[in-house]
Write a protein that binds this ligand. Structure first.
Ligand code: LLP
Length: 432
């Protein structure tokens, strides 16, 4: 009936998440409201790290990609599971620092890190910095020399794999702004230089082929390409690359027809490929890193909205306008993403209507989705949009000077505020 098992209907006919009544949440915390189910987050992290233990002898780390959803409470949850963190800006890193996240388990990404960001990362002692380009290597060398530091680095490599996903979230192909190209020899030249650098230590190679990918084959292909490169480095330079980071990108279920493979299957298959290839190439098994973001945060979240208006345009469509939209969920306007939605106070009823859920911003494209099956919705109803835990709050904006919604975590039948709703004074806080 619902796209994930943590959603249900109670005796009042209201939608529940993690056993908590969503209408009570809307009444207590207001709407729009992001709600995250802590158990779903923890279970997903455990399934990833347990599979890493089972299929790869525990010789690896799961780094949650915090760009999917970052706040201090999320960092604390990831830390308490013993997993690592992928951060992609000084802001995400600062959030982790302030949450007391163990810095040795942090990987710092970004295709254009500023000197300020590199300086901060070296100062707080992140586990490794994933260097994207040769200019960054030079800048980092200089910054770490000034501090007499020697941070661990990985190189981000474009393995030349074309993952079958939306063009905007593909990253592994040669025409990408991310990383060093293999085909052109750029990556090998950079490795040659890095192995002689005194103020950085090259410990690994990284690739990330894209996001919301359902096939396992492109991940296997990417792993093979990367291992081939590790072997070339060993054979031609006599240098042993210790770590292999295969990125994130595992697809999730947004709609009933989506059928992502279980994480266990992904890790089993990829571990198998890595072991076989290493044996064939005569190289030692690298420590494996993965960086799932969407698959940890996405299914855990829903967004609650209040319906303001129902507008039926005969023969054309029905618009249901809600009190949020592209400012809290820009994924429809960016990628034409699709979501499943439920009228939370009529969750037990059949979804017989077909509607367009519209936001409140001054843009015709400000929609949550079109042609969505829904219970009959009218002014005052609460709508829950499902699987919004990833890339919603983290991509939210103040467009039209809207206040960013609050984030609430539910666990064991209880709700707690993790991020406060912005106030009107927050909206003008930097105005002079
Ligand atoms: N590692 C790296 C280096 C990445 O660039 C990303 C995502 C991840 C890991 C995590 O990927 P995930 O497991 O979440 O797919 N805003 C887009 C998604 C952009 C993904 C960017 N990089 C969306 O809303 O679909």
């Amino acid at each position: 009936m619902f796209i994930s098992d943590n959603l249900g209907v109670n005796t009042e006919g209201n939608l529940t998440i993690g056993g908590v009544d969503t209408i009570e949440l809307a009444n207590e915390f207001g709407t729009p409201l992001y709600v995250m189910d802590e158990q779903v987050i923890r279970n997903s992290l455990r399934r990833f790290h347990d599979s890493m233990n089972k299929y790869y002898n525990g010789n690896g780390e799961v780094h949650y990609a915090s760009k999917a959803f970052s706040c201090m409470e999320m960092c604390r949850i990831v830390a308490s599971e013993g997993d690592g963190l992928d951060v992609v800006s000084i802001g995400e890193l600062y959030t982790a620092v302030k949450a007391g996240f163990p810095m040795e388990k942090v990987g710092f990404h970004g295709n254009n890190k500023t000197d300020e960001e590199l300086d901060f990362a070296v100062k707080v002692g992140v586990g490794h910095i994933i260097v994207d380009n040769i200019d960054e290597l030079h800048r980092l060398e200089k910054i770490s020399a000034e501090k007499s530091a020697q941070p661990n680095i990985m190189f981000r490599i474009k393995p030349g794999i074309d993952a079958h996903t939306h063009d905007f979230v593909k990253t592994g192909q040669i025409d990408s702004k991310f990383g060093f190209a293999l085909e052109t020899g750029e990556a090998f030249e950079a490795v040659k230089e890095a192995v002689n650098c005194k103020n950085v230590k090259l410990i690994g190679l990284h690739c990330h082929i894209g996001s919301q990918i359902f096939d396992i084959a492109p991940f296997e292909e990417a792993a093979k390409v990367m291992l081939g490169f590790i072997a070339k480095i060993k054979n031609e330079l006599g240098y042993v690359i210790e770590g292999l980071n295969l990125g994130g990108g595992f697809g999730i279920k947004y709609l009933n027809e989506h059928d992502p493979k279980p994480f266990e299957v992904y890790l089993e298959k990829v571990s198998e490929v890595v072991k076989t290839e290493c044996a064939a190439l005569g190289i030692k098994l690298p420590k494996m890193f993965i960086e799932p973001g969407r698959s940890i945060a996405g299914p855990a979240g829903i967004t609650l909205y209040t319906v303001g208006a129902r507008k039926e345009i005969p023969g054309i469509r029905t618009y249901i306008s809600v009190d949020g939209g592209m400012a809290d969920n820009p994924r429809y306007i960016l990628y034409g993403s699709e979501y499943d939605a439920v009228v939370a106070n009529k969750a037990g009823e059949e979804r017989k209507d077909r509607v367009t859920i519209a936001g409140k911003c001054c843009e015709s494209g400000d929609l949550i989705g079109e042609n969505m099956p829904l219970q009959y919705a009218e002014s005052g109803d609460i709508i829950a949009v499902c699987a919004t835990g990833a890339y919603n709050y983290s991509m939210s904006s103040n467009y039209n000077r809207l206040q960013k919604p609050a984030v609430v975590f539910v666990n064991n039948g209880k709700a707690r505020l993790a991020v406060k709703r912005e106030t009107l004074d927050d909206i003008i806080r930097n105005d002079i």
